[in-house]
Design a protein around this ligand. Structure first.
Ligand code: ADP
Length: 333
């Protein structure tokens, strides 16, 4: 049996434990004859053992095992017909973590949707309450409604993309794509935005030929588009954005570097999380959903690559993705 199991006598003293139980409870050898409360120090578990030994039904007990890597344990206590009882320990740490991720996610989505919905409602009510006849101000309220509805649509599109990628339902058809061509395409799409913002956007020719990446064309466009769009968005007027690529073993590393504000060290990993923003107000103001980098990371990983961000001195960020340069099977879930 792989589950950690302990057998106890009628007095709640340990008689047997399998290897998994010894490992989980951090015992070097069988604590034979010792009361369970000494071994695990969980009063609720001890109560369940006492109840089981008296013939009462014992409800499962959940508790945390302290240690370097704290574990959440769900224990089932079952009385034995002869005497004593058996305690089966289930490690539910990962399960509880995923539950928390899911509930945090639902809370985040609700929060993100609430603001634009409230704006639409408030403006519609103002119009209905008489502002519709105010020729000068009515367009303002309507514009605010359109902006919020657009934002809602964008959040929903991004969420759907993310859930498709996660479910393996995003149609990825990898092929050999010359990196310089993909970079050129992405640059053309964003050139106008960069110009309008007064940010210089340039492709730095690699010192050695980089060849191709094995990627889905549409996904690669999304990835580069997202990184360039962010770089332009967060770099103030007069700033510079550089796109370049280089070979890194069996992969090609594509980099988007800017001399914008950069990202504080403790937030560098977190910006790839859903809805995580360094400055939430600023991101929303610029029409961001907080989901772009999360989509980038998911797409890159689904194609067998990695994504990250490094600081640029004296200030700025270098977002990079590394993608396989040769035919690679898609990551299956
Ligand atoms: P958003 O829609 O807010 O841009 P992203 O997932 O694309 O969402 O990015 C998450 C956050 O990471 C942004 O809100 C911003 O705080 C930060 N960020 C992304 N790219 C850059 C960059 N080039 N420079 C500085 N901060 C950035």
């Amino acid at each position: 049996m792989n589950e950690p199991v302990l057998a106890l006598d009628a007095n709640g003293r340990v008689t047997l434990a399998n290897r998994a139980a010894l490992e989980l409870t951090g015992q070097a050898q069988l604590p034979a004859g010792r009361p369970l409360i000494e071994v695990l120090r969980i009063p609720a578990l001890d109560d369940a053992v006492t109840a089981a030994n008296r013939g009462a039904a014992a409800a499962p007990v959940e508790f945390q095992l302290a240690g370097e890597r704290p574990r959440m344990i769900l224990a089932h206590v079952t009385a034995q017909r002869s005497a004593g009882c058996v305690v089966v320990l289930h490690d539910v740490t990962e399960f509880r973590r995923l539950e928390k991720v899911r509930s945090d996610f639902v809370a985040n989505v609700s929060h993100e949707l609430r603001t634009p919905v409230a704006t639409i409602l408030a403006n519609a009510e103002t119009l209905a309450g008489g502002a519709l006849d105010d020729r000068e101000r009515a367009p303002e309220f309507l514009e605010a409604m359109v902006r919020s509805a657009t934002r809602l649509g964008r959040i929903i599109d991004d969420l759907l993309d993310l859930s498709k990628i996660e479910a393996g339902a995003y149609p990825l058809e990898p092929q050999e794509i010359p990196v310089a061509e993909a970079a050129g395409g992405a640059m053309r799409l964003l050139a106008e935005r960069a110009r309008a913002k007064g940010v210089e956007l340039r492709w730095l020719e690699p010192t050695e030929p980089v060849g191709s990446v094995w990627a889905d064309e549409h996904a690669l466009e999304d990835i580069l588009g997202n990184l360039l769009d962010n770089a332009i968005k967060y770099t103030p007027e007069g700033g510079h954005v550089r796109l370049t690529a280089r070979r890194a073993g069996a992969a090609v590393r594509v980099e988007v570097a800017d001399d914008g504000p950069g990202i504080p060290p403790h937030q560098r990993l977190r910006v790839f999380e859903r809805f995580y923003r360094v400055d939430a107000g600023r991101s929303r103001e610029m029409g961001g959903t907080g989901l772009g980098l999360s989509i980038v990371k998911h797409l890159v990983e689904a194609m067998g690559g990695r994504a990250g961000v490094d600081p640029v001195e004296p200030h700025g960020s270098c977002f990079w993705v590394s993608l396989p340069s040769n035919r690679t099977p898609l990551k299956t879930r």
